[in-house]
Write a protein that binds this ligand. Structure first.
Ligand SMILES: [Ca+2]
Ligand SMILES: [Ca+2]
Length: 198
C-alpha cells in the first residue's frame, strides 16, 4: 500500500511538472532543430530582399541619369543648318568630353560614331555631366548615346519596326537612343525619342 501510494505520488508529480513547464524534452529538441533550419532560410530571404532593394535603387538612378541626358539633348536644335546636316559635332564645338558647345541634336553622335581626326567616345564610365566632369557618385554606370536619321514613323502597332535608317540630311526625323548601363552592360535603362524638324 505504501509502495502504491509512493508510485502514484511520483507519477502525479511528473505529470504536474510537465504541465507546469509546458514542454517535454523531445518537444524542446524538436523546436531547437526547427529553429536551426529556420535561421538559414530566414537569412536567405533577407539576402534576396536586400538584393532586390539594391537592384531597384540602381534602376531608379539609371532612369534618372537617362532622363537627364535626354532632356539635355532635347534642348538642342534639330540640326546645325541645312548646309551642315552632318551627324557630328561641328567646327569648334568639340573640346575633350565637354558638351556645353553642342548646339544641335546630332552633335551627340560623338558617343557612338567616329568623326575625322576624332575617335568616338564610346560608352563613358563613369557618366559625365554637360561640362565633362565625371559623375563619381554614379561610378557603377556607363552613359551612351546614338543618333539616327529615320523616315517619318508610321502609326499602328508596328511603329517601332518602321524606323528605317536614312542618310544624313535626307529626312527631317531623328531617333535618339540614350542608354545608361551597369553590371558590365548586363542591365540598362534605354530611352528612345523621335525628334521632328519644326
Ligand atoms: Ca553643332
Ligand atoms: Ca551637328
Amino acid at each position: 500500500m505504501v509502495y502504491w501510494r509512493k508510485h502514484f505520488y511520483y507519477n502525479t508529480f511528473a505529470c504536474r511538472l510537465k504541465h507546469a513547464m509546458g514542454f517535454t524534452l523531445i518537444e524542446v529538441m524538436l523546436t531547437l532543430t526547427l529553429f536551426a533550419i529556420g535561421i538559414p532560410v530566414a537569412a536567405y530571404l533577407f539576402s534576396v530582399a536586400f538584393k532586390e532593394e539594391q537592384g531597384t535603387s540602381l534602376h531608379t538612378q539609371a532612369a534618372f541619369l537617362a532622363a537627364e541626358l535626354m532632356d539635355e539633348i532635347s534642348q538642342r536644335r534639330f540640326r546645325e543648318s541645312t548646309l551642315l546636316p552632318g551627324n557630328s559635332p561641328d567646327a569648334g564645338e568639340l573640346s575633350a568630353l565637354d558638351r556645353r558647345n553642342f548646339n544641335d541634336i546630332d552633335d551627340y553622335s560623338i558617343f557612338s560614331e567616329d568623326i575625322p581626326g576624332q575617335n568616338a567616345w564610346g560608352a563613358l564610365t563613369p557618366p559625365r555631366d554637360e561640362a565633362g566632369n565625371s559623375l563619381s557618385n554614379y561610378s557603377k554606370f556607363s552613359q551612351w548615346v546614338q543618333i539616327q536619321n529615320i523616315l517619318p514613323p508610321t502609326s499602328g502597332p508596328t511603329v517601332r519596326a518602321s524606323y528605317s535608317i536614312q542618310t544624313e540630311g535626307t529626312t527631317d526625323f531623328k531617333l535618339v537612343t540614350v542608354k545608361i548601363s551597369w553590371d558590365s552592360g548586363k542591365r540598362d535603362v534605354t530611352l528612345y525619342k523621335v525628334f521632328a524638324k519644326q
